[in-house]
Design a protein around this ligand. Sequence first.
Ligand SMILES: [Zn+2]
Length: 114
Amino acid sequence: MTGGLTPEDIKALLAKPEKKPRGKKKGPDTSVRDIQTWLALAPQSRDMNREQPDLRCENPNCVDPRPPKISALDGSEIKHHFCVQIDNIYICRYCFLDGYLLNDPNQLSLTSDG
Ligand SMILES: [Zn+2]
């Protein structure tokens, strides 16, 4: 025997099931930030979601350039009608496409210290 592997070792190695990369989450891959993924996430509006009547983008540094609307209910500002939920946080399309909540160091480095 010259190698370190016994026939039993080789059998054990061959018997191991192949590990295929498989996402844990169901549904679309939210790390892909394009409009197809956005639509696949079925964005909800505050008007149609009674469980989330105050649905709005939860990014404190929201990048949506549109001016906020004023809620008729409580006078608060509403920036967005359509949001998707990522990691239990609702974000708007602008923040979604901008890569908010994306665990990508390249995206995180874009923030400025302004
Ligand atoms: Zn936003």
